[in-house]
Design a protein around this ligand. Structure first.
Ligand SMILES: N[C@@H](CCC(=O)N[C@@H](CS)C(=O)NCC(=O)O)C(=O)O
Length: 201
């Protein structure tokens, strides 16, 4: 397999942690693929018209994209059980979507200050994205399938989302407001798969 990759993308991190936890890390070649809406990456676009990473080239040579689809493919490929069968699947998918929504809001905020010229920045829009992060963190604080029990895809996504909050919104100070989430994350962030993929920059 090939993975269009960036060391700072939290969506790519979800895939890397899933590869590691399912014993498939040695089966994938990493290819630099990062771009932005203003500076798209041609190599990524050749496989994903949206120009977004992660994008995986699977066993049959076809592109698989969106981190949720890739993580589910890898789980299916390894029969790892990160996505439970039956009715238990849907709370995990919903909690994964909640964590991904945190990443979406933080990424949009980061794009605002990294890509948008200063005279076009609109603070109420940034505040709206930050409010989404806050509400989603409050919901994760109440999400038992993230905080305890067997490992699942939602927990991986939540770990990558919190890592990205710390990376891009270091001043948010979320730990005091969400102590259960903070205690869980303190331990999860120290696991080998998370330590090996921590964003640097
Ligand atoms: N929903 C997608 C989001 C992927 C995404 O937005 N990736 C960013 C990198 S962190 C990207 O490639 N952005 C480039 C762009 O938007 O043009 C997923 O879960 O994979």
């Amino acid at each position: 397999m090939k993975l269009y990759h960036s060391p700072t993308s939290p969506y790519v991190r979800k895939v890397m942690v899933t590869l590691d936890l399912t014993g498939q890390l040695g089966e994938v070649e990493l290819i630099p693929g990062s771009g932005t809406p203003l500076a798209p990456n041609d190599a990524t676009i050749a496989h994903n018209p949206l120009g977004k990473i992660p994008c995986l080239i699977g066993d049959d040579g076809a592109a698989i994209f969106d981190s949720r689809v890739i993580c589910r493919y890898l789980d299916h490929r390894a029969k790892a059980g990160l996505y439970p069968a039956g009715d238990a699947l849907f709370p995990v998918l919903t909690a994964e979507a909640l964590a991904d929504g945190i990443i979406d809001a933080v990424l949009l905020t980061a794009y605002e200050w990294r890509l948008r010229p200063e005279e076009f920045r609109y603070q109420p829009w940034v505040d709206g994205q930050t409010a989404k992060v806050e509400r989603a963190l409050a919901a994760l604080e109440q999400t038992d399938l993230v905080l305890s029990g067997p490992i699942n895809a939602a927990r991986i996504a939540a770990g990558c989302a919190l890592g990205y909050v710390d990376f891009r919104l270091a001043d948010l100070g979320w730990r005091d407001r969400y102590p259960k989430l903070a205690a869980w994350y303190a331990a999860f962030a120290e696991t080998p798969a998370m330590k090996a993929t921590a964003p640097v920059g």
